[in-house]
Design a protein around this ligand. Structure first.
Ligand code: CO8
Length: 257
């Protein structure tokens, strides 16, 4: 299957999605969203895929939602179409997703990176929520996920001034998990994804779900959710295999269920 806005490949148990609208610095338009949700649904249904990497080009992960597509919108159209809501399907992907970010990750691009489970950035990465400069505010989760990731003061700074944050500041602030040299970005992200995909898929998906809960709920609810997921994993073949392999001093052969 070929796509107009994405390059899609599988590397072993890893699904690799490269945003591919170079003429618009990978601006996120409706077609890209449709193609991306389709690919993610396919990866999610495929038991052979254990983790996903989303990346862009060296110059831009994505320079935001497509401004040319949004410019003619009025309030009624934005509301009735529920503009930006389709991105919830991307954030709802249940398999581990890593964003490999080089260059600009602005507006919707920064928001897409934050929908992933963690971000690996190249030293050239620049993050920002410059929507204020266009007379709007972030609409794909920026005011919420950025605030949870880096705290109120810095999130306010970025959303109110529209300034960009470089990779070092993004790592210091907790937005980014690792910063690597530009030429190592994809290898680092693919190696991390391959590692995750080698573990029990149920355990990885439940780890993602449990950490995700910390984001959305109070501590006691999160603890309850973690406990249930932890207990449930004792019903899997992979728990027996993982613990037996440890005791027998050998590598586990996970069946991913
Ligand atoms: N949308 C559409 N086209 C874009 C976008 C964009 N976000 N960003 C860049 N482009 C296009 C430019 O128009 C240009 O096209 P053309 O050659 O036809 O004029 C081409 O990409 C190259 O861009 P530049 O010439 O501007 O490249 P520079 O290297 O000079 O500058 C920048 C790079 C600084 C990244 C600059 O392009 C820029 O400021 N881009 C816009 C950044 C921005 O404001 N992003 C936020 C957008 S709003 C948003 O994301 C809201 C999200 C929530 C709503 C989601 C609803 C679906």
């Amino acid at each position: 299957m070929t796509y107009e806005t994405l390059l899609v490949e599988t590397r072993g148990r890893v699904g690799l999605i490269t945003l591919n609208r170079p003429q618009a610095l990978n601006a996120l338009n409706r077609q890209l969203l449709d193609e991306l949700t389709g690919v993610l649904a396919g990866f999610e249904a495929d038991a052979g895929i254990g983790a996903i990497v989303i990346t862009g080009s060296e110059k831009a992960f994505a320079a935001g939602a497509d401004i040319k597509e949004m410019q003619p919108y009025g309030f009624a159209q934005a509301m009735l179409e529920d503009l930006a809501a389709g991105w919830d399907d991307v954030a709802g992907c249940r398999k581990p997703m890593i964003a490999a970010v080089s260059g600009f990750a602005l507006g919707g691009g920064c928001e897409l990176a934050m929908m992933c489970d963690f971000i690996i950035a190249s030293e050239t990465a620049k993050f920002g929520q410059p929507e204020i400069t266009l007379g709007v505010i972030p609409g794909m989760g920026g005011t919420q996920r950025l605030t949870r990731a880096i705290g109120k003061s810095k999130a306010m700074d970025l959303c109110l001034t529209g300034r960009l944050m470089d990779a070092a500041e993004a790592e210091r602030s907790g937005l980014v998990a690792r910063v690597v040299a530009p030429e190592k970005l994809l290898d680092e992200a693919l190696a991390a994804a391959e590692k995750i995909a080698g573990f029990s898929l149920t355990a990885a998906m439940m780890a993602k779900e449990a950490v995700g809960r910390a984001y959305e709920t109070v501590l006691s609810e999160g603890m309850r959710a973690e406990r249930r997921l932890f207990h449930a994993l004792f019903a899997t073949d992979d728990q027996k295999e993982g613990m037996t392999a440890f005791i027998e001093k050998r590598k586990p052969a996970f069946r991913h269920r």
